[in-house]
Design a protein around this ligand. Sequence first.
Ligand SMILES: Cc1ncc(COP(=O)(O)O)c(C=O)c1O
Length: 395
Amino acid sequence: MNRTDDGFTGESTRSVHGGVERDKFAQSLIDPIAQTATYTFADLDEFSAFKAGEKSLYEYGRYGNPTQRAAERKIAALENAEAALLFSSGMSAITSVLYAMLRSGQHLVLMEDCYRMTAKFCEVLAKFGIESTLVKPGDMDGLAAAVRPQTRLIFTESPTNPHLHVLDLEQLVAFAKQRRLKVIIDSTLATPVNQRPLDFGVDLVIHSATKYLGGHNDLMAGAVCGKAPLVEAIGEYQRITGSIVDPNTSFLLIRGLKTLALRVLRQNDTASTVARFLAAHPKIGQVFYPGLESHVDHRVAKEQMRGFGGLISFEVNGTFEQTRDFVHRLAVPYIAPSLGGVETLVSHPATVSYYDLSQKERLAIGITDQLVRYAVGIEDAAELVGDLERALEEV
Ligand SMILES: Cc1ncc(COP(=O)(O)O)c(C=O)c1O
């Protein structure tokens, strides 16, 4: 959990070299997988010296692993963070942070249009006497009205999922500072290539590392980044609860992170091309992509982000059935509920993530029957556009 300040400024150089300790085990180029559940001590005096902070050693797998620490150093370097901590999934990062930072009687504000399970977890928190209020992203009056004397923190994604709202981080941090609230940003959709919320004074950044950080749809992990004392306090909680990432996953994550900029810069370009194609198509209604001038948060996104990301949501001009038919006719993407990997994935939120809500309940949160979520991978933009064009012709 050490700060790494390598001074690399190019996004790709940072992705490859950021946070990497050059001197590794057996002069290996790549960080090895330390596949061990426990660590050993020469004698009990060494253990005591370790506990007294006189020796820096590892103790037990649940308390940290060298491969995990290497991945954390890399993520901290990419996010300009003093410290980063990995978890077994994005949700375990979110639940651990909220459990560690809140206690009974306290309150949080959660921005709507977030990952559904984050909102569901706030319902779980109510069981422990922690209340939450949902506010529309960017609604500063609604936010001011939601804050109570018991409010401790504001939690939001930026960009949000699936409507890609971009929060004005400077404004949000100023608002929170005046009221002594912490700000936590789930920056999964942005990645540190497109946005570094800590540079705006945000307290914690969370990632579902399952998505862009891993980048290959082959691992589950979560990350928390911020100032060392806060991250260490969350780490103390993790040592007890045990929602840890394993050494093999950490290894895969390091491998994925090295191509983060390469992938994300490509995904930014491809998504912009796809979004512009969709926005101009007569069979498509609204397109939600912060890179489009028509997006409600385009101005903020342009000022705050270096790129607009790889996720696009859009509405097909048609019925529930016609929208599903369109999704079925796409040949390149897989139908799947994730995003951020090298394969393009497509989802129909009304059928997939929100299948258990009535149409009325879905409409209240903007999940129309016609909404499609399209997460670009690293395929050729022309091929993706051609595939979309053909599928739209057919419906
Ligand atoms: C924005 C966002 N945050 C958090 C999560 C949860 O992450 P995980 O699936 O790694 O638990 C997701 C998952 O889809 C997500 O999209």
